[in-house]
Design a protein around this ligand. Structure first.
Ligand code: FDA
Length: 306
């Protein structure tokens, strides 16, 4: 039953009509629990609140599966304005973005041009831009884009790898030539068992495997999970192998496991919260519901509350 609900939510997350309608609705159905607001100012305010608690951030101007050149260029403009706002306000945050948001489905060239404009600005500010990993259909091309941009922009750019993919370990080995800063996650999209582990235990096992391998390679790891067992495992592992706290950080999503975020920051770990903002919240929100169908009850309650 839970699996059916999860699959339905992931299927709905790609519904373009609902996505377009949601842009006009404003933040509804409890989405404000997971999305900081619709404006840059609301996002900067959210970062400031977290910074006060010793937590850093990564801002994501929401957008994905963009199919027109104008939308892709507009989205890049938002990313640049976000970098400007971070710089001007002095808050501690970097930027996360998606390749489809910058026009990857229209052409790689358009996406690369948009990325170069964003990375030029990030480099100017000494900031950092992380490329989120999307569904499997975009995986190879995103890897390719990352490699090209890593050669051009060095440490200004980072990538995400997903532990649920069978190929993730060979991708990790391949990327090691760049000594990259990688965010490691379990993986959030609905994928076929031909490319991704269908069972959670296998995903968890592979997640730990790639975290350990990346750390032992001596590379910077952003360990993005709300899973306490994995977090505890990482804490022990870094101690046993004398890996300094400066070689990794924990990351969680805005509004999820807030107390754990605060606790890790208090313990002296770098804790970074991923803060999405903007009007294009629908796909992101549906994936968060799919991760934890118990959240659906929360959404239903908020729908019926005045
Ligand atoms: P898991 O799903 O096993 O959850 C562990 C526990 O965390 C749950 O028992 C619950 O208590 C809590 N929890 C998890 N999700 C919750 C939710 N939605 N609401 C409330 N509680 C929840 N994926 C991807 O494919 N590409 C990407 O680029 C990214 N980027 C990214 C950045 C950051 C900062 C994070 C934290 C995550 C991502 N992800 C992602 C999403 C990731 O792949 C994964 O889907 C989620 O993190 C959920 O998996 P967990 O590791 O938290 O474990």
């Amino acid at each position: 039953m839970e699996q059916l609900m999860r699959n339905t939510l992931l299927y709905l997350s790609k519904n373009r009509a609902a996505n377009n309608a949601a842009k006009k609705w404003g933040l509804r159905f409890g989405a404000s629990r997971f999305v900081a607001g619709e404006t840059i100012q609301s996002a900067i305010d959210a970062v400031r609140q977290l910074n006060k608690q010793g937590i850093v951030a990564t801002l994501d101007h929401l957008g994905e599966f963009v199919f027109s050149e104008e939308e892709a260029i507009e989205s890049a403009e938002y990313c640049i304005r976000t970098l400007d706002a971070i710089h001007e306000s002095g808050v501690q945050s970097n930027l996360s973005l998606k390749m489809t948001q910058l026009g990857l489905d229209i052409s790689k060239e358009l996406c690369m041009n948009n990325m170069r404009r964003i990375l030029d600005r990030a480099k100017q500010y000494g900031n950092f831009v992380r490329i989120d990993m999307e569904d499997y259909a975009h995986n190879e091309i995103t890897m390719e884009i990352f490699k090209e941009l890593r050669r051009e922009y060095g440490e200004t750019v980072g990538l995400v790898l997903q532990a649920y993919l069978y190929k993730v370990e060979s991708d990790l080995d391949d990327l090691n030539q760049f000594k990259p800063n990688l965010r490691l996650v379990k993986g959030a999209y609905k994928e076929s068992p031909e490319v991704a582990f269908p069972n959670k235990e296998d995903v968890d096992r592979n997640f730990i495997k790639i975290i350990e391998k990346h750390l032992l390679y001596g590379n910077y790891a952003a360990i993005a999970t709300h899973d306490e067992k994995i977090i505890e495992h990482v804490k022990k592992f870094v101690k046993e192998h004398n890996i300094p706290n400066s070689q990794f950080e924990f990351q969680m999503l805005y509004g999820i496991r807030v107390q754990l975020q605060q606790q890790l920051a208090k313990e002296g770990y770098t804790m970074r919260v991923y803060i999405p903002y903007g009007t294009d919240w629908y796909g992101y929100f549906m994936r968060r519901l799919a991760e934890r169908p118990a959240n659906v009850a929360f959404v239903l309650k908020s729908m019926f509350k005045k």
